[in-house]
Design a protein around this ligand. Structure first.
Ligand SMILES: Nc1ncnc2c1ncn2[C@@H]1O[C@H](COP(=O)(O)OP(=O)(O)OP(=O)(O)O)[C@@H](O)[C@H]1O
Ligand SMILES: [Mg+2]
Length: 278
């Protein structure tokens, strides 16, 4: 479904019990949105918050693998129960359609799946619902942004020019629909050679921070390219679970804290105005 007038006029009704919706997007695919979403959600949980993770990549859901969840969710009445893992309540299309079989949906069906995930899931009381978006600036993004009061967006990019070009598009999209940008994350920023400890800028360097400055948005930090991050994702044991002060876990907790500081600055999401008269 495109950005037509009827959709644009729908009120952005809050999700009962959920205080903040945090969208994680990028223009380009494969830059690490799911990796950042999963680790950010775990880090927020480790910082003491009640956190959910909604996998809005309904065509290519990777959250179940990265979170190491294989079970199917149950339902109580009509309400789907999210699966709790690593301190995070999770919902993904991958729970309902496991395996390699692709799903083929048209716009209206996609729209109702996103609504189901937002409103038909028993999220309970959450301070933060992190939403892992599919790549690009398409129907899922629009449906989400136009129907739910998104607190803000985290835009993930690598330092390469192609990725940055697409990240700028994502920032513009969120700006157009008045979703505050919480910040840009530069993923796969550099590689530390395991043999000589030399820093190698595989995808160039500094582009995320520069782009953030140019677009006048926050820079949330740079994450190294590290096989441990990939292994953590592939094994369902994300690096954010690491406890040490100089671990990846600490890096993601710092990223999460910076994002929280920015959430405080932006204030509550734009929702319907409720006037209570006495
Ligand atoms: N910092 C990193 N270091 C090493 N590997 C990484 C890093 N970030 C992501 N990866 C790996 O790169 C691959 C792509 O990452 P991921 O699936 O998170 O990207 P994505 O943006 O969600 O992709 P898509 O657009 O397909 O949804 C994964 O195998 C992931 O484990
Ligand atoms: Mg992904």
């Amino acid at each position: 479904m495109g950005p037509n007038a009827a959709q644009a006029e729908q009120p952005k009704l809050p999700i009962p019990g959920v205080k903040n919706l945090i969208a994680v997007g990028s223009g380009k695919g494969g830059v690490g949105k799911t990796t950042v979403s999963v680790n950010l959600a775990i880090a927020l949980g480790r910082l003491g918050h009640k956190v959910g993770l909604m996998d809005a990549d309904v065509y290519g859901p990777n959250v179940p693998l990265m979170m190491g969840v294989r079970s199917a969710p149950s339902a109580i009445g009509e309400r789907i129960q999210p699966i709790e893992k690593n301190g995070v309540r999770i919902m993904s299309m991958g729970f309902l359609n496991p395996g390699d079989k692709p799903l083929v949906w048209r716009g209206p069906m996609l729209h109702s799946v996103i609504q189901q995930f937002l409103r038909g899931v028993d999220w309970g009381d959450l301070e933060y619902l992190v939403i892992d978006l599919p790549p690009g600036t398409g129907d899922v993004q629009l449906t989400l942004i136009q129907t739910a009061p998104v607190t803000g967006a985290v835009v993930v990019t690598t330092p390469s020019d192609v990725s940055l070009e697409d990240a700028r598009k994502a920032v513009h999209m969120f700006n157009q629909v008045k979703v505050p940008i919480l910040g840009i994350v530069e993923n796969m920023s550099y590689l530390i050679c395991p043999h000589c400890s030399e820093r190698i800028d595989v995808f160039s360097t500094g582009g995320g921070e520069r782009t953030a400055r140019e677009m006048q948005v926050n820079f949330l930090g740079a994450l190294p390219l590290d096989p441990a991050v990939r292994k953590g994702g592939d094994s369902g044991s994300p690096v954010a679970l690491q406890n040490g002060n100089d671990s990846h876990g600490a890096v993601f907790r710092e990223l999460a804290q910076k994002m929280l500081d920015r959430v405080k600055e932006t204030g509550p999401p734009v929702g319907p105005k409720i006037v209570i008269s006495d």
